[in-house]
Design a protein around this ligand. Structure first.
Ligand SMILES: Nc1ncnc2c1ncn2[C@@H]1O[C@H](COP(=O)(O)OP(=O)(O)O)[C@@H](O)[C@H]1O
Ligand SMILES: O=P(O)(O)OC[C@H]1O[C@](O)(COP(=O)(O)O)[C@@H](O)[C@@H]1O
Ligand SMILES: [Mg+2]
Length: 502
């Protein structure tokens, strides 16, 4: 009873803790605005005032002080981090005043980089939103990515043209990598008279958008730029997740199920699935979590090794002995440093400057076969390799992603019409916010291999942690028949790693 009372008291936050709570400092992140470098721009009342479907009521418009906190999980009580401020971002949504006369708006929409489910929905909703919400009539699609600004004529868009686009995978505007020429792009924007530029793309695209925004600001042009974050890999930072990611995870399930059926139906069968993820393993991780069929998930954020104690082969050997089959999911960027490559291959980059990867699936399949023939000559063994790479991204978005795309596009429009520029719209803790382009372009969302999600993947699959030092300690502990605890820094771990390797 006394213990319960004590526990209840521990849960209560004392008055002074409340005071602590309310005194935490909040830093509202800077959001660039056209008036930062063009003073005295004319404002107009938002035309939504007159829109019969909206009839803006109290609280409809976003106030300048409306903010979204980046970090909403706090440790209470008494351990609040001292004065370091909590970051907050301007809330997305319509503003009471706008900075563009709708009849003078000439909007450009462009898609860059790799495909992602939902691209067409974002384009469609940009067109519909500009047209229906603000009465904009000059809306153009720039074709084939950044190069399209200066190499082709833009295509005129309206709600009739984009009517069915959300049901189609890919991008109806076409996309490309490379072709970023800052001067030519900004000259084209200026010469064609675009004053709103909607750039849909991933990390590379957003880095380009920062440069475009800076150049436009340097030239003091009355042109608002927004970067709409697109990444099937979910590697763009700060935002909760990117559109199309859920659809891709869903599509990956089919490949994993097929791999499982193939593996189960063979003697010593291994189903191997390679999923997208250039430098982050979010798709592999989430597909593994939701499938329940996966025995081991390999991602770029985690090193692994094949042979020896605690290695992949030892784990698979055990799995095959216990279950007769195993399913392996590998993200395309995992284990790249293990794959032998020529000097030329080490340098190979795509047109955007991204490193070209070797096929980890093909390599792993061959390594698995070599291992089995070496260690189990004459015994039956099958590896079925499934590479659904483009199948998971070249599809239309699912319902959740489609509605996300709609809100995202409308958030972008409201921000631009309100005169904001150099920003990215995106959900933070499920509320749409405007984030400085540069901040997003510099932040990468990686899988945290120390968090609960990854721990759960490891605990349901019981896959090794591929840390040689922990394996060496386990080995020693086995030999001595005692638990061993080692406390030490990086140097000691490196020494143990080296010993374990030997
Ligand atoms: N650092 C950069 N500066 C300017 N443009 C860039 C930069 N990185 C990539 N880009 C351009 O952005 C576009 C898309 O980049 P890419 O990396 O292929 O795809 P994503 O934007 O999906 O990551 C390409 O046209 C590329 O030239
Ligand atoms: O074959 P492509 O079109 O160059 O695309 C491959 C890459 O595109 C992606 O799907 C997405 O990358 P981006 O979003 O950065 O374009 C990666 O997972 C993959 O490595
Ligand atoms: Mg990228």
């Amino acid at each position: 009873m006394a213990a319960m009372k004590q526990a209840e008291e521990d849960d209560l936050i004392s008055q002074s803790d409340y005071q602590n709570l309310f005194s935490i400092s909040i830093k509202l992140q800077n959001l660039p605005h056209l008036t930062d470098y063009i003073p005295n721009l004319k404002t107009l009342p938002n035309p939504l005032d007159q829109n019969p479907f909206f009839r803006p009521s109290e609280g409809f418009y976003i106030h300048p002080g409306d903010a979204i906190l980046r970090q909403i999980v706090l440790e209470l009580p008494g351990t609040l981090p001292a004065p370091s401020p909590h970051l907050a971002y301007h809330r997305a949504g319509p503003r009471r005043s706008i900075f563009f006369e709708p009849s003078s708006v000439k909007a450009a929409i462009v898609t860059c980089g790799g495909l992602c489910p939902g691209l067409n929905t974002v384009i469609r909703e940009l067109v519909n939103g500009l047209w229906e919400l603000y009465g904009v009539r000059q809306i153009f699609g720039v074709t084939a990515g950044y190069r399209g600004f200066y190499s082709t004529d833009p295509v005129e868009l309206n709600p009739k043209i984009v009517h069915n686009w959300h049901k189609r995978g890919g991008t109806a505007l076409e996309t490309s990598r490379g072709g970023f020429d800052l001067d030519k792009i900004v000259n084209a924007i200026q010469n064609r008279g675009f004053n709103q530029v909607y750039i849909i793309g991933g990390d590379g695209t957003l880095r380009g958008a920062v440069k475009i925004f800076n150049e436009i600001r340097r030239r003091k042009l009355n042109v608002a730029v927004t970067g709409i974050p697109k990444t099937v890999d979910n590697d763009v930072g700060i935002i909760d997740r990117s559109f199309g990611f859920q659809t891709a995870v869903e599509m990956a399930q089919q490949a994993i199920s097929a791999a499982n059926v193939e593996a189960e139906s063979a003697v010593n069968g291994i189903g191997l699935v390679k999923l997208m993820g250039r430098s982050t393993g979010h798709i592999a991780l989430h597909a593994t979590l939701s499938s329940g069929d996966v025995d081991c998930c390999l991602i770029p954020e985690m090193d692994f090794y094949l042979d020896g104690k605690g290695g992949l082969f030892e784990f698979l050997e055990q799995r095959l002995r216990e279950n007769g089959h195993a399913v392996l999911v590998v993200a395309e960027g995992a284990g790249q440093e293990l794959i032998p490559r020529t000097d030329a291959q080490k340098e190979e980059r795509d047109e955007s400057g991204n490193l070209v990867f070797l096929d980890v699936g093909v390599w792993l399949k061959s390594e698995l076969k070599n291992w089995w023939t070496r260690d189990h000559p004459g015994e039956l063994f099958t590896v079925k390799y499934i590479d659904p790479t483009y199948m998971i991204r070249a599809v239309p978005a699912n319902a959740t992603d489609n509605s996300y795309c709609t809100l995202l596009a409308h958030s972008a429009i409201h921000g631009v019409m309100a005169g904001y520029t150099g920003f990215v719209p995106g959900p933070i803790n499920r509320n749409f916010a405007y984030i400085h382009l540069e901040e997003v372009a510099q932040t990468k969302n990686e899988v945290d291999t120390k968090d609960h999600k990854w721990a759960w993947v490891r605990s349901v699959s019981t896959q090794p942690d591929f840390v040689r030092s922990s394996c060496a300690v386990a080995l020693l502990s086995e030999v001595l028949g005692q638990h061993i605890y080692i406390m030490g820094g990086k140097k000691l771990t490196a020494m143990i790693d080296k010993l374990a390797e030997e």
